[in-house]
Design a binder for this molecule. Structure first.
Ligand code: SF4
Ligand code: SF4
Length: 78
């Protein structure tokens, strides 16, 4: 777990499909209406791109992303 890696949603691009919320099993997201909100960044697994991979509108980026990192090893997401 790391606070140095967690998702940020660009709401200008988000279409509120719910894929990120449904994907993440670490409690990072909650829904406010149909809108996903990052409420528990500490739960995000360092290097995981599970929700970003499913986002149909490219609305998810990561704090701490310096490019190329995709090393989730927890087995839940990628
Ligand atoms: S990157 Fe993985 S652990 Fe982090 S919020 Fe997305 S699905 Fe959850
Ligand atoms: S997967 Fe992308 S478009 Fe869908 S709710 Fe999440 S951020 Fe928005």
């Amino acid at each position: 777990m790391s606070k140095n890696w967690y998702p940020v949603i660009n709401y200008e691009n988000c279409i509120e499909c719910g894929a990120c919320f449904n994907k993440c099993s670490h409690g990072v997201y909650k829904k406010e209406g149909e809108r996903p909100v990052v409420v528990y960044p500490e739960g995000c697994v360092d290097g995981c791109r599970g929700c970003q991979k499913l986002c149909p509108s490219g609305a998810i980026e990561y704090v701490g992303d310096t490019g190329g990192k995709d090393n989730c090893s927890c087995g839940c997401c990628c």
